[in-house]
Design a protein around this ligand. Sequence first.
Ligand SMILES: O=C(CO)COP(=O)(O)O
Length: 236
Amino acid sequence: MVIIASNFKTNHTRQSTKEFISFINDYLKKDSIKNEIIVFPTATSLDRFNTVPNLTLGTQNAYATIKGSFTGEIGTSQLDEFGIKTILIGHSERRHVLGETQEQIAEKFNFYKELGYKIIYCIGEPLEVKEQGLEKTLEYIYEQFVGIDTNYENLILAYEPVWAIGTGVTATNEDIVNVHNAIKKKISKPLLYGGSVKVNNVKEICSLNNVDGALIGTASWNKEDFIEIIEKTKDI
Ligand SMILES: O=C(CO)COP(=O)(O)O
């Protein structure tokens, strides 16, 4: 059984998120789909949704705080209002676009770990590192585990090569398997792949050795496509 997660990034409104969740929920209920589905809407679209148990809502980000003076951020008092207990940490856009350091990421991880959140923790190398080969790629990825408790019980990992995110360039099966096998040897946690996963390649990718599911951006934002993605992976 695979895990299929959708990262909305800065897409969808409060209204369209509501429609999306209700559409997906109806489909999961009707077809008795058992796969674990996680959706990360924008912070402004979080809400208390009445969903089947295998559809979970998570936050794309939050600050390591209950509340306080952190302009533009949200903390657990805002998440608690909607019963959100799942968080995405270490996404490449937060690392590379928003400039989050490994130290800040580890602090966030530890804060949310202490509270028992399910953490989807992202790792992945930029193109210039990939071009230096597998050994350098793995070295770079292992640096992204500094300060992170990889034995944490509620941890799910997501390997998202930066060069494959939002580019339409999916990693080859060989790239994925090489990295996944190496990570799995060290860390025994569910490991998703992310980076230009589409309706037409999701089944093949999720069937690879040591791939436990997918974390999807672009291809998941259309609700019909997202259902097709779930449909294609429901028997894996
Ligand atoms: O960053 C991603 C999911 O977190 C992947 O994004 P794309 O599926 O758009 O490449």
